[in-house]
Design a protein around this ligand. Structure first.
Ligand SMILES: [Zn+2]
Length: 428
């Protein structure tokens, strides 16, 4: 029997049904993640936070988890499609992702940003548009490609996307102006593009480099410092080892990819994406968080295999370089965060780390379960002590023996409330 329940009425926009809100609950018979393993623990919650069991009160709802595995909710540090709707939110929550960073989007407005702060929605921080140079990534994507695929972008041109989906930063003055605009658009962080920065001086107007170039590496330290002066950290798009080093040496907070994330087709490109121990040391010492997005190559190779178009030698070499890059970075002490560069779940990414031999099951698990608190470091999430936000997942299998058990989610609790799928839209 459920006592101690109040009913929250439909919200102002009438988008969500009324739901029952539990003020206090005690979850018993749980195996709770402690940062390195699982131990039996009783979890008590009051007003959305963990409390000592004695403070839950006699009327608290009691839930027996039957020995289920309790873990921090997952995070996706690299996603571009983050709908501000109950169904969009649920597409993340159902896969355990409560926290996300959107590192480049057309400008999200006030009502969307507010939606991401709701206790019953996923929490999304956004960079709004990223900073690049004329003809640099992601200009080609928005101007030439997306209007062919996305109905909402049909007929849009450079003029529509500039100042919205991306900004230019050719000089310190232009960087300042773009950062001021991003600040006024309520960006939570800054996305900035480095691509093949070792050849930045090559002719900028070569059509082959359209969409495949980015900021002047000489300006990057200025960009990071100017963003920080405005209270914004920087996530950098990187392609090559040189890009990653420039980002690290500039004080960038996050690498939104690691070199060799894509299905590289030739040895020269792969060479430029192969880290040395010295590179790894620079990156680790910078304290930058690393979002490998290495599952992208894995998925693309799987698709190529299906179509009978897989170059087995080259794909094997790329995955070998991925594993080597991660191992060097890990040995140097660098920190990783899960991210996919898609709206999909994070399972594929962490399973990919294990399958290519880059991380052990235990290491990949630790990365998956610590990612949320890295994305929202000012909040008390990813922990189970009194005062921490009561956000967690319950799994029916032990992920420390098999990482794929991260998929076996049986409960999702956010801000102390058990999340449910939004009702299906009535058929029209
Ligand atoms: Zn991306």
């Amino acid at each position: 029997m459920i006592r101690n329940v109040i009913v929250i009425p439909m919200d102002r926009e009438g988008r969500l049904p009324s739901r029952e809100v539990v003020e206090a609950a005690v979850y018993e018979n749980a195996m709770v993640w402690n940062g390195s393993g699982f131990q039996p623990k009783t979890l008590a919650i009051r007003d959305g936070r963990f409390v000592d069991v004695s403070e839950a009160g006699a009327s608290a709802v009691r839930i027996d988890l039957g020995g289920g595995f309790v873990v921090p909710a997952y995070a996706n540090a690299h996603v571009h499609i983050t709908p501000a709707s109950p169904s969009g939110s649920w597409s993340y929550l159902k896969n355990g992702v409560f926290y996300a960073w959107n590192p480049n989007t057309t400008v999200l407005g006030r009502s969307e940003l507010d939606f991401f702060k709701r206790p019953d929605s996923y929490d999304v921080a956004t960079s709004q548009g990223g900073i690049t140079e004329p003809g640099g990534h992601p200009e080609k994507l928005y101007v030439d490609l997306l209007p062919q695929w996305v109905a909402a972008y049909k007929g849009k041109t450079l003029k529509d996307f500039l100042g919205d989906a991306f900004h230019y930063g050719r000089t310190p003055q232009e960087i300042d102006a773009s950062l001021d605009l991003l600040k006024s658009q309520k960006a939570d962080f800054v996305k900035a593009y480095l691509l093949n920065s070792e050849e930045y001086q090559a002719p900028r107007d070569d059509p082959k480099s359209y969409g495949n170039k980015g900021l002047n590496p000489t300006n990057f330290p200025y960009l990071v410092a100017a963003a920080r002066q405005r209270g914004l950290e920087v996530a950098a798009h990187v392609e090559t080892a040189h890009d990653l080093k420039i980002a690290a040496l500039s004080g960038t907070a996050m690498a939104a990819h690691l070199p060799a994330y894509w299905d590289i087709r030739n040895e020269e490109d792969l060479r430029r994406r192969t880290l040395t121990p010295a590179d790894a040391k620079i990156v680790a010492q910078s304290g930058m968080l690393l979002v490998a997005t290495y599952g992208i190559a894995g998925e693309r190779y799987k698709a190529a295999e299906k179509n009978g178009k897989l170059d087995k030698t080259m794909s094997g070499r790329v995955l070998q370089v991925q594993a080597q890059n991660i191992r060097l970075l890990k040995e140097a002490g660098a920190g990783f965060v899960t991210g996919t560069d898609g709206s999909g779940p994070i399972f594929d990414e962490v399973e990919h780390f294990v399958s290519i031999g880059a991380l052990t099951n235990g290491e990949a698990l630790a990365v998956a379960l610590a990612s949320g608190k890295h994305l929202f470091p000012k909040r008390r999430i990813g922990c189970f002590e009194a005062g921490c936000e009561a956000d967690f997942l319950v799994l029916s299998g032990d992920p420390s023996s098999d990482i794929s058990n991260l998929r076996k989610i049986t409960k999702r609790v956010k801000a102390g409330q058990e999340l449910q799928a939004p009702p299906e839209k009535p058929a029209s």
